[in-house]
Ligand binder design. Structure first.
Ligand SMILES: Cc1cc2nc3c(=O)[nH]c(=O)nc-3n(C[C@H](O)[C@H](O)[C@H](O)COP(=O)(O)OP(=O)(O)OC[C@H]3O[C@@H](n4cnc5c(N)ncnc54)[C@H](O)[C@@H]3O)c2cc1C
Length: 428
């Protein structure tokens, strides 16, 4: 079993030199706080546009937050569903924002190839498996995506699903071909090295402790150094930075859990005969995929509680055995939790006060493609004064009302979960 605080991803991370902590005082053009997908994508986006003197500060190590501990799915869309996006923005606005995440999936694929990032990328799509018997759930989403977003997900009948996933649990499924999965920690580290290769100065173990206005610049202090820059970007996800109250209080950190089995060898074929990643149609869905070393990576649950590896394992094992009872007795070697950042509107928050301070956060449980899209938008805004980031301006820093937000969120989760349970019991 794992040592304290370790994840499977950390245990299998590619070797590489750590980035040194910040020391002394530095001048920069842009300073970014947070070494997750969001901050690192932006750093690389700026470097690719020729912006020099970019500094990135990470309080622990790159990918310490959600980005180095997630399910590894890379697919289009946002935490907010497509119907709600359409209701909020109308046809044109919703289509434009969704298309940015489709482009982001292609960008991620392209960067992995271009920078030769070794991150076990498996470009085999994602299956959305129907937990319920009601086929309309799939048909409606398939129609919505085709009619309003110009995206075609393939419908798979029960027999085809059974062939790919050896479980009685599902009826039919939709298959999203333009999707992939990868080792998220190796991916984020690969992006960080690509940024470093183009001149970005990255620093681990460099917690930003304070941000102060100094003339026309901002000054960010760590315990061993400081960076002065006219532009700063807060990209701290659910691991709240405590730097700007309005930014922190706009999100709720919500936990979700992951574990990996021992290597299954030939037993993998007893449950999965597909390289695609899988999630299901419930509100609190299971998400899982086969790893290259024949382990099964299994994730699920959403909660306001961070749990110990042992508690995560216990909860998730129950879920796994509901889908694959044939894996009874399998050993779990790693279990961990991570924090997602959710806004009340369930969309990312990209914005600025107009005084050089920017933020990019609230990517929720669907962050791989949206963080790449957001990195491009903010890089264009900072490098070229491009205004396209305003496509997100309808989703601002609405207050999440902690601690009542937690209670409301937990109550809402229970309600949605009980609705799924009822649906399952009544209609199967
Ligand atoms: C268990 C789990 C499974 C998920 N599965 C998927 C999935 O399969 N597919 C998908 O698309 N999305 C998934 N997500 C969501 C996705 O991981 C996130 O949306 C995304 O990683 C958010 O990136 P981020 O950079 O905004 O935040 P984070 O990755 O959390 O990064 C924030 C960083 O800021 C740093 N930081 C905080 N404060 C400071 C400070 N004061 N100074 C310096 N640094 C600081 C933190 O240490 C952290 O590294 C999952 C999330 C979790 C937790």
């Amino acid at each position: 079993m794992q040592t304290a605080g370790e994840t499977y991803y950390r245990a299998t991370a590619n070797p590489g030199e750590a980035f040194p902590p910040l020391s002394g005082t530095h001048e920069a053009r842009v300073a970014i706080v947070g070494g997750g997908y969001a901050g690192v994508n932006l750093a690389l986006g700026l470097a690719e546009r020729g912006v020099r003197d970019v500094v990135l500060l990470e309080s622990e190590s790159m990918g310490h937050g959600a980005s180095g501990r997630n399910g590894g799915f890379v697919f289009a869309g946002y935490s907010l569903g497509e119907q709600s996006l359409l209701d909020r923005l109308g046809e044109q606005g919703a289509r434009d924002l969704y298309a940015r995440t489709v482009a982001a999936v292609n960008l991620i694929r392209g960067r992995i190839a271009r920078y030769a990032i070794q991150c076990d990328v498996t470009d085999a799509g994602v299956i959305w498996a129907n937990w319920f018997r009601d086929p309309d759930i799939l048909r409606e989403r398939q129609r919505l995506l085709a009619e309003h977003y110009g995206v075609n997900w393939e419908w798979w009948p029960r027999e085809r699903v059974r062939e790919a996933i050896q479980s009685e649990r599902y009826s039919d499924a939709l298959f999203e071909r333009n999707a992939l999965h990868l080792h998220p920690l190796n991916y984020v580290n690969g992006l960080a090295r690509a940024a470093a290769g183009q001149g970005v100065s990255l620093h681990e173990h460099s917690r930003a402790l304070r941000v102060r206005r100094e003339g026309a610049d901002w000054c960010i202090h760590t315990d061993a150094g400081a960076v002065r820059a006219p532009v700063i970007v807060l990209a701290c996800g659910g691991y709240l930075a405590n730097l700007k109250r309005e930014v922190d209080r706009a999100v709720l950190p919500i936990a979700t859990y992951v574990m990996t089995t021992e290597p299954l060898g030939e037993r993998m074929r007893e449950c999965l005969r597909t390289q695609a990643a899988i999630y299901d149609t419930r509100f609190a869905f299971d998400y899982y995929r086969a790893l290259n070393d024949t382990r099964l990576l299994w994730g699920g649950r959403i909660s306001v509680r961070d749990r110990s590896p042992r508690a995560v394992q216990k909860l998730l094992m129950r879920d796994l055995l509901r889908v694959f009872p044939q894996l009874n007795g399998v050993r779990i070697e790693y279990a961990w939790s991570g924090l997602m950042s959710y806004a009340r509107h369930q969309m990312p928050q990209l914005g600025t006060c107009g005084d050089g301070m920017w933020w990019m956060q609230a990517f929720g449980g669907h962050g791989a493609a949206p963080t790449a899209a957001a990195g491009e938008l903010l890089a264009d805004a900072i490098a070229h004064h491009d205004e396209s980031w305003r496509a997100f301006s309808g989703f601002g820093l609405s207050r999440s009302h902690k601690p009542f937000g937690y209670l409301a969120a937990q109550a809402n989760y229970w309600w949605l979960q009980s609705r799924d349970w009822l649906k399952e019991s009544l209609r199967g």
